[in-house]
Design a protein. Structure first.
Length: 625
């Protein structure tokens, strides 16, 4: 690496640590200040922070590989998460969640099910889920940043004692970056996380614009169009993927066939099925929910969620699209001509492009931007996970009366424990892709059923929530164990077959078990106290099946009416998904020089923005503070 690039990265790391530690003094006023910034941070800063937290390095490396291999339609693979849960949050869920006025997602559960034995069971299980999810994501980041750094940096960081390899180079790099990020995150809580993430967002935008600009200077339209086909540029698809590459790139066609996404229609159909329920279930109890709860008012929660969508996708896909254009023109012919290429790890395309095919200066900024992407996402989870350990477990059940200093020190210890467990799990992960599929399809599959029902059905109670979540978590954990040990099963056996089924296709099984646990837990126990249900409905006012509760409220002369906005919310969500998708494909088409499709994408973005102004923004403005 050139000294200029190394200097840029060093300045970025020093600046981030300085900002994070400098602002950390504001986090010492108590748990509300430490985990939510005292609900004093402006909504647009929280929106930038939220967008920055979603701009992670592991996901970016994965999406570079997907876009390279599958073309423009690959953005739909992001529906595995599903990314448009952000649209559902923007349209109605942010408002419902923020009205609770509490600190964490599991504390919020008590407002739905009460503080009796059943309510506390639901409270404990969602706190457990939050911690498990945080540990899983830290393992995901550990795997991604290590793989990225070893390709970029020239030094071998393998740690050997005697004849034994203690740490690989990937693991050593990952540990260094994680330790640096953990320092300011633990020191400053939400204030440090938001301040550094706003800084990191600016660096990521600059990096994306510079890489995109470089591709226009370095490569001609002919060079790009000579590599990609019309099918590569086509956003539409059938049940099965058509041939994406010319015959001279047949190795890539073979790779499409072997990657597991050939039946694209079935995959997207399953993603839509899962995505609808997962999105209505709401955000998982992690950094996204913490940002919603950190806003000053209900109205600002909606603004923040909408702003997150607006600021995230175009800068991110300028960077992804720019890297892919370089990979298409420079690396694709080399890979196709290489007789030893038989598939390979597309996750390393990103660091390969940066290492060998980006000029000095831009390379340093791009590396700083991608490190910022990692550090912002990692710090967000390190801030969110311990909140559940300290506020929802330790404070509530073990030490309810203690000083703020005591709880903040406990938060520091909890943060170290969560990071340590996540790193430990990361040592045993096969790849970013395997962790992605486990988190999105299995772990979140166990979350969906119970959290979908909690919004829409009055009879659903705390025990139903507990058993629904627990059964989903058990099945998800079994699936992960099978996947990690599939090399040890005999080919043709039931365990071998189950371990080789893609996690997304197991979602209905996990969802079904979780739904069964939810119904059995609900119908075999008594309903939630009507006083709790009336308070919840009056405060949150969701749509769904709440007739008995509404009837009781009207007996008491409450003026509250049934929420009849389901169809308007669903229409807004459908428009919002198109709006979000246009922001993804617009920079891709622009960078591959398909200007007619780029202008169509821009037109779709403008039209859907205007529609949402009348159907969503005007409605939000009427919400009382």
């Amino acid at each position: 690496m050139n000294i200029i690039d190394i200097s840029i990265i060093a300045i970025y790391i020093i600046l981030t640590l300085a900002v994070g530690i400098w602002i950390s003094k504001r986090a010492s006023k108590g748990l509300d200040s430490y985990f939510l910034g005292g609900k004093s941070i402006k909504w647009y800063y929280l929106g930038l922070s939220n967008g920055s937290g979603m701009f992670d390095i592991s996901g970016t490396a994965l999406m570079v590989g997907w876009l390279f291999l599958y073309g423009t339609k690959s953005f739909m693979l992001m529906w595995l998460w599903p990314i448009w849960n952000q649209i559902f949050i923007m349209m109605f869920l942010a408002v419902w969640i923020r009205r609770s006025n509490i600190m964490t997602g599991s504390e919020w559960i008590l407002t739905r099910f009460g503080d009796d034995k059943a309510g506390r069971a639901s409270h404990k299980i969602v706190a457990l889920f939050a911690v498990v999810a945080a540990i899983g994501f830290i393992a995901y980041f550990f795997e991604g940043v290590g793989k990225f750094m070893t390709v970029i940096l020239p030094w071998d960081m393998t740690f050997i004692i005697g004849a034994s390899e203690i740490l690989t180079s990937e693991q050593s790099y990952a540990l260094i970056i994680i330790i640096l990020t953990t320092i300011y995150t633990i020191k400053g809580g939400m204030f440090s996380v938001v301040a550094t993430e706003v800084l990191q967002y600016g660096i990521m935008v600059i990096a994306g614009v510079l890489v995109a600009g470089y591709t226009f200077i370095a490569f001609s339209d002919i060079e790009i169009t000579s590599v990609i086909t019309e099918e590569w540029k086509n956003v539409f698809f059938g049940w099965e993927l058509d041939t994406h590459w010319d015959s001279k790139y047949q190795k890539f066609n073979d790779l499409v066939d072997s990657e597991g996404y050939k039946m694209f229609g079935a995959l997207i159909g399953m993603s839509l099925f899962k995505g609808f329920f997962a999105s209505i279930a709401g955000p998982t109890p992690s950094f996204d929910m913490q940002r919603i709860l950190s806003t000053k008012t209900v109205k600002e929660a909606a603004y923040m969620s909408g702003f997150t969508n607006l600021v995230l996708f175009i800068p991110r896909y300028l960077l992804i699209g720019g890297v892919v254009v370089i990979a298409l023109v420079v690396l694709a012919p080399q890979m196709a001509a290489n007789p030893n290429f038989v598939g390979g790890d597309l996750e390393i395309l990103l660091p390969q492009v940066i290492n060998f095919h980006v000029p000095v200066g831009i390379k340093g900024l791009l590396l700083a931007g991608l490190l910022a992407a990692f550090m912002s996402t990692f710090s967000a989870f390190v801030n969110a996970g311990p909140a559940y350990i300290v506020n929802d477990i330790y404070k509530k059940y073990f030490k309810p009366e203690a000083t703020d200093d005591h709880y903040i020190k406990a938060s520091h210890l909890a943060s170290f424990a969560v990071v340590g467990l996540g790193v430990f799990m990361g040592f045993f992960a096969d790849s970013i892709n395997s962790l992605t599929l486990w988190i999105t399809s299995s772990l979140f599959g166990g979350y969906v059923a119970a959290n979908f029902l909690k919004w829409i059905w009055w009879r659903f109670n705390g025990w139903g929530y507990f058993w629904g979540m627990l059964s989903g978590l058990i099945i998800a954990s079994l699936q992960f164990l099978l996947d990690q040990n599939k090399a040890h099963f005999t080919e043709g056996s039931l365990l071998y077959d189950l371990s080789n089924v893609s996690a997304i296709y197991l979602f209905p099984v996990i969802f079904g078990f979780s739904l069964l646990g939810s119904f059995l837990g609900t119908f075999l126990t008594k309903p939630t106290d009507i006083k709790v249900l009336k308070a919840f409905y009056t405060n949150v006012h969701p749509w769904g099946f709440w007739k008995p509760v509404l009837k009781e409220l009207k007996k008491e002369n409450h003026k509250i009416e049934k929420n009849s906005e389901f169809w308007l919310d669903m229409l807004n969500c459908a428009i919002g998904i198109v709006w979000q998708s246009s922001m993804i494909v617009l920079p891709i088409y622009f960078l591959i020089r398909d200007y007619p499709k780029a202008f169509i994408s821009l037109g779709v973005f403008l039209v859907t923005s205007i529609i949402l102004k009348f159907t969503w923004l005007d409605k939000v403005r009427k919400i009382p503070n």
